[in-house]
Design a protein around this ligand. Sequence first.
Ligand SMILES: [Zn+2]
Length: 423
Amino acid sequence: MPKLFLVLSVWLLSVAAVSAAPGAVRCGKLLDVRRGQLLSDQVVTFDADGMITSVGPSAGSTTSAIDLSQATCLPGLIDMHTHITADPRDNGYAGLGNSVPREAVSGVKNARLTLRAGFTTVRNVGARDYTDVAVRDGINAGEIDGPRMLVSGPALGITGGHCDDNLLPYEYHHTSEGVADGPWAARAKVREVIKYGADVIKICASGGVLSKGDLPGTPQYTPEEMQAIADEAHKLGRKVAAHAHGTQSIKDAIRAGIDSVEHSSLIDDEGIALAKQHGTYLVFDIYNDDFILQEGAKVGMLPESIEKEKKLGRLQRENFRKAFQAGAKIAYGTDSGVYPHGDNARQFAKMVEWGMKPIDAIQASTINAAELLGWSEKVGSLEKGRYADVIAVDGNPLADVKTLESVRFVMKGGKVARNDFAK
Ligand SMILES: [Zn+2]
């Protein structure tokens, strides 16, 4: 009997985790993110599974609805590039004192901050020892608060590259768990991270900023290695996100069939044309430059990292504008963990400063991000059949995108995570 009891308990737990009561939200304004239109006095209804059953004009009094009649509702936001188990203080040599269990505890704290900031879905691209898998599973079991998470576990990379850990001398024999050199070793590593819970594969195609001894502009994975990774991941039903600052690596990644290029800092015209041709998403993390340059030294980032960022930050923003104006597909991703979690929405204003209209930036964080996740039918818009992931702000985000930095209501799957309007 114990076995049956166990099965029953697990079943009951999972039911408890997903069940919400059916209900409704009444919105003074509601942003139709697909059309870029603000609709007045709308009601969103949802069922006990937390799925939207209808969206439409309020028909008189809906007394049982959550009252957001003074607010503007939007679909929950999506961040495609988070490191939810990392904090800024974990950089450089200070981070070596941080244990894997401690990192998981940080993840619990950061998942809650991210959800309360209005981000109801994130793609976590890189975490030590599967701490992100643990946080995702804790959220899905209803044990802790946080966004829906698609996670990568450890990022794949070459020996001595951005996704290795190069802080210690040889005698410590320390190599990051995602290191895999050569096409077959890289294929095996894809299989391994999927075995331990990865929803998406993260790789380091080029050098990076916050790593020791490499250069952001130089290639790391070869085209051959990236083709093997993309082929193996796609065969097993996973997408691949490639960290790539360098001009050549961006093109190699796109040609290899990688699904999204992260950072994209030194992309050139040919790279932009290739991204359009292949339908590859570009994810430009153009807010965190401010944080690295202002706070990086204080939180322990290496002097060489600050120097690299000084060379890269402005170029990345200029290339973001170029890629957007050329019509490349752009999804919202911020590299949270480089800067403090919960400030994820600060990038909207940067994207507007560098050439987007507010609705373009909002689409990058809703319908575009959902498409890149492969979750267009689940998240990214307030439409029948999607999760009731609803956020609300004061004022009009189409007029002032900074309103998204002060989200006052958050609902995920019909469950209220934050409601400052009720106070
Ligand atoms: Zn990152």
